[in-house]
Design a protein around this ligand. Sequence first.
Ligand code: G3I
Length: 469
Amino acid sequence: MRMIRKRTRTRAGGAGPRTRRRLRAGLGATTTALLTVTALAALPQTTAHAADTLGAAAAEKGRYFGAAVAANHLGEAQYTATLNREFNSVTPENEMKWDAVEPNRGSFSFSRADQIVNHARSRGMDVRGHTLVWHSQLPGWVSGLGASDLRSAMNNHITEVMTHYKGQIHSWDVVNEAFQDGGSGARRSSPFQDKLGNGFIEEAFRTARAADPAAKLCYNDYNTDGINAKSTAVYTMVRDFKSRGVPIDCVGFQGHFNSNSPVPSDFQANLQRFADLGVDVQITELDIEGSGQAQATNYGNVVRACLAVSRCTGITVWGIPDKYSWRSSGTPLLFDDNYNKKPAYDAVLSALGGTPGDGDPGGPGEPGDPDAACTATYTTAEQWGGGYNGRVTITAGSSPITAWSVDVTLASSQRVISVWNGSPTTNGNVMTVRSTWNGSLAAGASTSFGFTVNGGSTPPPQVGACTAS
Ligand code: G3I
């Protein structure tokens, strides 16, 4: 009997142990003759880690450190390895927005958002819900409704989406970006504002509280990071809500910064004045355009501002590698296109009280580790209704290798029915594939193996670190 190894990282600050679990399921009797199905057992193995990741360091300060995640990148080994290693909260970047979950009235589609929520929660990460009522990424049918229909559509949308995720979301952006830019302090024109008036925000929050009483309910906006007319208009609304008992628990400050919109010098003071109203504050979509030390200094300042405000409960960066940012040309994130940690990463980790490592983006042998003897990269080669063909490319590091092996973990519904260019053994739903004729690779050379999965075309498999000999 082989043992399944659980890798457990200690999360301090009361956050509890974080476990990267391997899903339990059989790869199945229909697998090729090469597969040997063995009984499942679990051997917890705890490794003490200094706070050498963003999530662990933030947890030691009683905060979360999250990332916006896109479902279509979860099949990329380096993306998921970085996500799983560094972050303890996720926000679906687009998958929970109105156009994604209710493209037609009353017809809900949660599959892509579920993929992210399941990925996160099966690894002990928290989830921020983004977003229920927003003028953007709103399907055309909503804009076409009259006032009374719009009111019931809004309340129904909030109720359906929050009920689907009830108990799984730590904070919801109930209303997003309802105020105008500039000095007017006015509400932004939107179907909700124009047809329902100012009261739509309050109504949305009341509906949200009824749908999931345990979730923190946030108002979220941008260009509200410093003390200015727009943030003061939001502040006045929150103060009014608190005085009248309208349910609001938190305010999200998006934190999209660049040279035109730099980190304001009164950022911390602004967070504090909201916190003093009796709400939590969160930095919800942080990205800072720039590079090198200047970018690093800005990131460090934002993190220190949050830590200085006791009700600043967490920070989310709006993406993982620069290449997937909504404004990638500004290289605003903590990891470069190859998942190397940038100086900004080290500044954030230091500000969180963690210990920057040697710039090595992966643990030993993990994808993205430049020192790794080999790395494994996953792609879905073909996909159909009931399954897919997966391909894993193995690339040797800076020295030749003579053999390799990689773990591939499937969802519980899925079964591998064939494997080529590799020799598989299975343990539960974890398939270990070892090299056969293709183990010897020169430095930097690649080979690949493939497999066919039945039982669902999603989610993609989790491909672990490459081990070489
Ligand atoms: O998925 C389609 C794809 O099928 C199509 O081929 C392609 C062609 O344009 O578009 C793809 O959709 C894009 C989507 O991102 C997914 O990549 C949309 O066009 C694009 O508009 C959308 O942009 C998102 C943007 O919100 C929309 O307003 C960004 O990814 C997302 O990062 C951004 O996030 C917002 C927050 O929700 C709220 N605060 C501001 C922040 C930045 O704009």
